[in-house]
Design a protein around this ligand. Structure first.
Ligand code: HEC
Length: 242
């Protein structure tokens, strides 16, 4: 009662009382409050930077980057793929690489086309109806250049192999006919061409190789392809035409 350390008078006592215990109106020290305000501001900044803006590298993002880099290492095995229809058809039948295509899809496309391509903002990719695609190779162009003035963005920033593999993956979704939030859009297009494994890489009959003749050569009424001169080379990933 005599001398309180902080030299309070009775007037400073708040007027409530619990079991005889009373308290002064002591504000928290300024430095303590500043720490509190700082955590508050920091949390806001953190929230917007990492969770709203998606600009910051989160654990999730850096994991995705690591996976993508790992995939890039594997690209050394296949070289830089040609963005053409034969290559696309070929990789529609390479399950390992379709997984790469799927991961590209999950990272860049599913927010608009749905987790399984069933459609959302963008059209359903699992049915037979397409707006910008008539041949399977058109998928490459849509992905590379975008469509509808950018509502389907252009994906030039992806590695060409990622463009090819995600297009191959998308092409394989056709036929699953998953129900989506949007009805069929565009027109019904003819089925994808059938793929003959190695068909495009086989030298035409008479090109001089025998060990690769295990399967019958397709009849070729128009005579030889013009690029028959390349036929004896080791097949490279982009053996093709033109
Ligand atoms: C921002 C949303 C968005 C993202 C992300 C997106 N797309 Fe699209 N996509 C669209 C829209 C919208 C269309 C339809 C364009 C139109 O109306 O012609 C479309 C069309 C397509 C088509 C042609 C479908 C058709 O019916 O003609 C393909 C193929 C396609 N997208 C693949 C992809 C792939 C692969 C990715 C990822 C690399 C991707 N999209 C990412 C919105 C998106």
């Amino acid at each position: 009662m005599s001398k309180t350390p902080a030299a309070h008078s009775m007037d400073d006592l708040l007027d409530h009382e619990y079991d005889g215990i009373r308290e002064y109106d002591n504000p928290c020290p300024g430095w303590w409050q500043w720490i509190f305000f700082f955590t508050f501001v920091f949390a806001l900044a953190y929230f917007f930077y990492f969770h709203v803006g998606h600009a910051g590298i989160t654990v999730e993002k850096s994991y995705e980057n690591a996976v993508a880099n790992n995939l890039r290492l594997r690209f050394a095995e296949i070289g830089e793929l040609k963005l053409d229809e034969p290559t696309l058809l070929k990789y529609m039948h390479e399950p390992e690489y379709l997984k790469v295509g799927r991961s590209v899809f999950e990272q860049n496309c599913q927010q608009c086309h749905g987790s399984d391509g069933q459609g959302l903002v963008g059209p359903n990719l699992t049915d037979d109806f397409y707006k910008n695609v008539t041949n399977v190779g058109d998928i490459l162009n849509v992905v590379k250049n975008g469509a509808a003035n950018g509502s389907m963005p252009a994906w030039g920033r992806l590695h060409p192999n990622e463009i090819l593999l995600v297009s191959a993956y998308v092409a394989t979704l056709r036929g699953e006919n998953l129900p989506g939030p949007r009805g069929p859009e565009g027109k019904k297009i003819p089925p994808w061409p059938t793929y003959e494994p190695g068909g495009d890489e086989q030298p035409d009959a008479g090109a001089g190789k025998t060990e690769s003749d295990a399967k019958p050569q397709p009849p070729n009424p128009d005579g030889h392809k013009s690029d028959v001169g390349t036929a004896d080379k080791e097949p490279t990933p982009d053996v093709g035409k033109k």
